[in-house]
Structure formats: C-alpha cells, structure tokens
Ligand binder design. Structure first.
Ligand SMILES: Cc1cc2nc3c(=O)[nH]c(=O)nc-3n(C[C@H](O)[C@H](O)[C@H](O)COP(=O)(O)O)c2cc1C
Length: 260
C-alpha cells in the first residue's frame, strides 16, 4: 500500500508512478476510511510519499503517523519517498523516529527532486520554466531507480537520498522552528479575482479554510503552509500579504491524468 500527502501534485504523481510500477494501491492520507479498511497482504510493501517542508516531512504526514494505531505497519517492509525542490535535510531521521514510536522500522528513505513550490520568503520562487522542465524530465528515471531498489528489498539509500549541505542544522533548527512557530500562522487573503468557487476549502488538508464572511475564503489557525490553496487556485486569487504577488504558481502538469 502507498500512502501519500501532496499539496501541488508532485508527491501524488510519484505515488501514482510507484503504484503502477509496483502494483500497489495508493491512498491519500485524507482517505482515512479506505486506509483503515484496506486488507494488506502478508509482506505487502508499504510506502509513504510526501513533500519536504522546511527540511522535514510535511506536517500532515507527520501527524498522520502520530495518529496511527500502534504496530499498523508491523511485518511489512516500510519505505518513505520524499519529493523536494532541492534537498531534504535529515527528514529521514524525523520519519524514522516518528515511525519507530509507532512500532514500525523504516527500511529506507528516498528522495526525488521536483519543481519547487516554496514562495513565502524573499528569494524563494517557483523554478524557471527550463529548470521545471529539466526536473520533470529527470523524475521518471529516479522513480525507476527507487522502484528497483524497493523491489530488491534494498535499504541502500546513500545514492537515492539527497540530504544537501548543513543537513542536520537545517532539520534540527529550521524544521523545529517551522513546526513550533511558523505553521499555524497565515496572512493569506483572497483578492477581488476570487469567484467563491470553494476549491481552496475542499483541498485544504487541515480544513482550515471557511467561506465566510461574504462567501469569501478566510483562514483559521491550523494552516500547515502546504500552499495548496495559493498554487491551485484557478483564478490566482490568493495571496500571502504582498510577498506572493510577483511570485509564480505551480501545479504538477501530469496530475489530471485519470486514476489507474
Ligand atoms: C512550506 C514549504 C516548504 C518547503 N521546504 C522545502 C525544503 O526544505 N527543501 C526542498 O528541497 N524543498 C522544499 N519545498 C518544496 C517542496 O518540497 C517540493 O516542491 C515538493 O515536490 C512539493 O510537493 P507536492 O507538490 O506534492 O506538494 C517546500 C515547499 C513548501 C510549500
């Protein structure tokens, strides 16, 4: 079974590719009922797929793990696959620890560079079209190599996981900061371009958006900063103060292919 979280489609695309190559079903973390009732075969491989946020696993996936029943993955080979714009820091260690506390041992974590989605700080933006194209072209080869490693039951992640420079510092310091102080707060607002379609409400992983007052979206205090609302708004009608006004938007171009 593959369980994924994805804000803008990169991790969803990876989950779907792995599903096709390994003949495993895939479920979003939001499909809690399907996950709870799915009967895993003995020895069925389990893979968690998620984006990297601030050099750690995206918070919705971490919370999903924290809420799991003890020994949920017991007896199953367990892997994690992270998508990132550049590098992952020590996200693998955060995942390993969280899963260990649930009685599960992570065999290996792999990473795949995909187009970047972080746009909230000065100096950060989506990739240029040529970099975005290059990453999307390189991704299938990386998925193939990861698939081969998982098929072999391998745990050699050295060549297929990219921690980047100052990895421990980034995760220990910046991810901790992100978890404790940055997530939760937002200054997102809808602009005049909003037509109240409600897509942002439906896709928010923490149900943090309400259509009120005046049938316009407003954000509560449970934001995990995945940026699904900003990037996926069909009218580009969501901004975070002034900082995102001149930034690009990104949605994985392959995610609208029907579920297989
Ligand atoms: C809040 C936030 C933080 C991010 N932090 C990192 C990071 O630390 N390192 C990195 O390489 N990419 C980072 N990214 C980029 C995403 O990991 C990357 O674009 C990912 O593929 C998005 O996956 P998704 O489309 O499945 O949501 C960040 C994106 C967001 C929204």
């Amino acid at each position: 079974m593959i369980i994924y979280f994805s804000a803008t489609g990169n991790s969803f695309w990876v989950a779907r590719e792995l599903s096709m190559r390994l003949s495993l079903p895939y479920f979003s973390i939001q499909e809690a009922k399907k996950i709870a009732t799915y009967e895993m075969k003995a020895d069925e491989t389990c893979i968690l797929v998620m984006p990297i946020h601030a050099w750690g696993p995206a918070l919705p996936m971490l919370r999903f793990i924290e809420d799991l029943e003890m020994d949920f993955f017991a007896g199953h080979p367990l892997y994690a696959v992270c998508t990132c714009g550049d590098d992952c820091g020590w996200a693998h260690r955060v995942l390993r620890k969280a899963l260990h506390q649930k009685g599960a041992e992570l065999r290996a974590t792999f990473s795949i560079q995909m187009p970047n989605t972080y746009i909230l700080l000065p100096g950060f933006n989506v990739d240029t079209p040529s970099i975005e194209r290059a990453k999307l072209e390189a991704a299938p080869t990386r998925v193939r190599r990861i698939t081969e490693m998982i098929r072999k039951g391998g745990n050699d992640m050295h060549t297929l996981y990219h921690p980047g420079t100052f990895a421990s510092l980034k995760t220990n310091f910046l991810y901790s900061l992100f978890r404790r102080h940055i997530s939760g707060k937002t200054s997102f607002q809808a602009t005049d371009a909003c037509n109240s379609c409600g897509l942002c409400v439906r896709i928010c992983p923490t149900r943090n958006i309400r259509m009120k007052p005046k049938n316009l979206p407003t954000w509560g205090k449970a934001c995990v900063q995945c940026l699904a609302c900003i990037h996926r708004c069909p009218r580009r009608a969501i901004e975070c103060g002034h900082i995102t006004q001149k930034k690009g938007r990104y949605v994985n171009p392959y995610i609208y292919k029907s579920r297989t």
